[in-house]
Design a protein around this ligand. Structure first.
Ligand SMILES: [Zn+2]
Ligand SMILES: [Zn+2]
Length: 323
């Protein structure tokens, strides 16, 4: 992608490249050059001082002890400077001899100016190596550092442009969509497969059971044979089902009877059918109904009286306030 961009706009790239190269060329070596100049100057100064010192000494202007001490100091400094100069010279020399030739590189990419697509030999000719770093940050501000080491010019850093990031994003989205579509297809296939299996099993069952979905059963209550419409059906119909239920409750009650109950009318202890039963006999039930009826009647009478009293009071109030 980056190489494509380079090829698309060779002139802009060449310009950018030259600028960056010069920047790099000037940064470190410039410091080395000034340091080297300064060191050389100091070295010459020391030379002069040493010869002056010697003259003074031979003229008898400087005692021997002082001459020797100063001489030792200057000599030491010169020796240090010699080492430093050697290092600095090597640094500046190195830059000059480094295999950086932007002109040659630009010439090379101009050769490919009209090429639409990058070919393997082209890449081999242009690029020494590419270092791709892991992506940083999160979408949509994700960036990925890519270092390209070109032939003739060394490392050249290019960050993805907004356009390229967009392209990456679109490609990822497309891949996601494809993956999802594939998963959906598999789901659909599996669903159809299961459905087919179920239908085949049902057809087999129908064939086995004379066109009925489940095998013939015998009702345990009436002893009649029947075709169940559901696999867990036990009885031939509602009547036998109810009979079976009643039988079950009867058995349960015999095994685990509810405790004796005191009748709320006559106060006698009796054995109830269920725990909700409060009355011992039909006579007590009748009596109970009568009492309730009486209670309702008296309540009704009371409510009627209260309503009449309220009405009269309201009439009285309105008569007082109206002139
Ligand atoms: Zn039955
Ligand atoms: Zn009773």
């Amino acid at each position: 992608m980056i190489a494509k961009r380079i090829i698309k706009d060779v002139d802009a790239f060449a310009e950018e490249l030259l600028r960056k190269w010069e920047e790099q060329q000037n940064r470190i070596p410039r410091q080395a050059k000034t340091d080297l100049e300064r060191a050389n100057r100091r070295y010459a100064e020391l030379d002069k001082k040493i010869s002056g010192l010697y003259e003074d000494f031979t003229a008898g202007l400087l005692p021997e002890r002082q001459y020797k001490s100063l001489m030792f100091k200057y000599d030491q400094e010169q020796r240090d400077l010699e080492k430093r100069i050697a290092v600095l010279e090597e640094q500046t020399e190195n830059v000059k001899t480094q295999n950086i030739q932007p002109d040659r590189f630009i010439e090379l990419i101009r050769k490919y100016k009209d090429v639409e697509e990058l070919t393997r030999p082209m890449v081999r000719e242009l690029v020494e190596k590419v270092v791709v770093y892991p992506p940083e940050g999160h979408k949509p501000n994700r960036t990925q550092k890519v270092e390209i080491y070109f032939n003739f010019i060394g490392q050249y850093e290019l960050a993805y442009t907004q356009e390229e990031l967009e392209e990456i994003r679109m490609r990822e989205e497309e891949e996601n969509k494809k993956r999802e579509a594939h998963a959906e297809e598999i789901r659909q296939k599996s669903y159809l497969h299961q459905k087919e299996k179920r239908e085949r099993a049902r057809a087999e069952r129908l064939a086995l059971n004379d066109g009925h979905p489940y095998p013939k059963k015998t009702c345990p209550i009436c002893g009649k044979e029947f075709w169940p419409n559901l696999p867990y059906k036990i009885y031939c119909g509602e009547v036998c089902h109810k009979k079976a239920n009643n039988e079950q409750t009867r058995l349960k009650r015999r095994k685990d009877p509810p405790p004796d109950q005191t009748c709320i009318i006559c106060g006698r202890l009796f054995r109830p059918i269920n725990q909700q039963q409060l009355l011992c006999s039909d006579a007590c039930k009748h009596e109970h109904r009568k009492i309730k009826k009486r209670e309702y009647y008296h309540r009704d009478q009371r409510l009627k009286k209260e309503a009449v009293a309220k009405e009269m009071e309201a009439a009285h109030v309105s008569a007082q306030t109206d002139p």
